[in-house]
Design a protein around this ligand. Structure first.
Ligand code: NAD
Ligand code: DAU
Length: 340
């Protein structure tokens, strides 16, 4: 453990109406009663104000705005102790279809936030992804660590890698008090139906056959969004300035394993799915070694039973059909246009 703990009373959470950002806001409201949260979110197709329903006004202020808006960002950053930066264009397939918003939000938006944190000397935590490291071979026993060289493959991951580099430069050159975390694939409530696990669950609930890319052997390292949230809080409050921490929960599984677990849990047969066109440049395997976070900051994941976490997630999508049904048809239409 580090000796110095940073105790913010007020934080700005960018992208707090998205999947992981809203899970983080719920986690903070529940576990850190002294903290007031301001969410800054542009409510793109991926953001939903409903994700924050039930949080009292005494704990949360919601600002509908863009992280590229310098004046707005300056005003919010001037009045906070810390910025936790989740806002991003987050979906690889979308970045292949149109990289433009990825450049704007992920690179330019991060730059605007860094400039404001520099000006007002505000603590900054940058949420990033394990995809900045590229991929590993299926038969490679190694996992990503904080010293793995950057080697991003997709427009999405290359913009996330760019934003990480901006953060590192602003720490070194301007003394911005920043940390970075690179996390593996998240699952849990509030995830958009474009992503793998919710897409297949909601396909089955709609009577559509699930869709598997390529040969289905690509491996992802799954972590529950609640565990990502507790890790981010741990790094924000105890992490060493200028450091990067990898977040992962030893959840490696092939896509076909995950899909068959969903099929079984939902009462379908193991082959009740369609093989579809592979993603161009599809990363083969991600795997995180989170030793630094666990040994230096004492973090541990709580959701260590994937089948239990998956069952809870399936239940959440069964019980929240009003949340996802309005966007399901348009999402599937976008996939159909690319043969996926
Ligand atoms: P998401 O797409 O569900 O949510 C993104 C949120 O950001 C939305 O609420 C959206 O409205 C908001 N947003 C987008 N552009 C904005 C802008 N210009 N200004 C203000 N708000 C804007 O994404 P997610 O899956 O929750 O990912 C959150 C963060 O975590 C991202 O930075 C992503 O790179 C990172 N990450 C995600 C995963 C994962 O498995 N989903 C894993 C590791 C890291
Ligand atoms: O590793 C962290 C990353 O995880 C985050 O940085 C990204 O924001 C997040 O979207 C996620 O990226 P992936 O590309 O791994 O996630 P996605 O849910 O899109 O796909 C997971 C795997 O499933 C991937 O190998 C592609 C495959 N897939 C996906 C979809 C949508 C399918 O086989 N069928 C599908 O229908």
């Amino acid at each position: 453990m580090t000796d110095q703990v940073f105790c913010p009373n007020h934080i700005v959470v960018t992208g707090g109406a998205g999947f992981i950002g809203s899970n983080f806001v719920h986690w903070v409201v529940k576990n850190q009663p002294q903290v007031h949260v301001t969410v800054l979110d542009a409510l793109t197709y991926a953001g939903n104000r409903e994700n924050l329903a039930g949080i009292p006004d005494s704990r949360l202020a919601f600002v509908h705005g863009n992280i590229c808006d310098e004046e707005l960002v300056d005003r919010l950053v001037a009045n906070t102790d810390a910025v936790v930066h989740f806002a991003a264009e987050s979906h690889n397939d979308n970045s292949i279809n149109d990289p433009t918003p990825f450049l704007r939000t992920n690179v330019q938006g991060t730059y605007v936030l860094l400039q404001a944190c520099r000006k007002h000397d505000v603590r900054f935590h940058h949420i990033s992804t394990d995809e900045v490291y590229g991929d590993l071979a299926l038969d490679d026993p190694s996992r990503f660590t904080e010293s793995t060289p950057y080697n991003p493959s997709s427009p999405y991951s290359s913009t996330k890698a760019s934003s990480d580099m901006l953060v590192r430069a602003w720490v070194r050159t301007f003394g911005v008090r920043a940390t970075i975390s690179n996390c593996s694939n998240n699952y849990g409530p509030y995830q958009h139906v474009e992503k793998f696990i919710p897409r297949q669950i909601t396909n089955l609930l709609c009577g559509i056959r699930p869709k598997l890319y390529g040969d289905g052997l690509n491996v992802r390292d799954w972590i529950h969004a609640e565990d990502h949230s507790s890790a981010v809080w741990c790094i924000l409050t105890q992490g060493r300035i200028g450091e990067t921490y990898l977040i992962g929960a030893d959840g490696e599984r092939s896509n076909i394993q995950v899909l068959r677990a969903i099929l079984e849990a939902m009462g379908a047969g193991p082959d009740d799915f369609d093989w579809v066109r592979d993603r161009p440049g599809h990363d083969r395997r991600y795997a995180i070694d989170s030793t630094k976070l666990r040994t230096e900051l004492g973090w541990q994941p709580k959701h260590t039973d994937f089948s239990q976490g998956l069952a809870q997630t399936i239940q959440w999508y069964r019980e929240h059909q009003g949340w996802w049904r309005p966007v399901k048809e348009a999402t599937e239409a976008r996939y159909a246009a690319t043969g996926q």
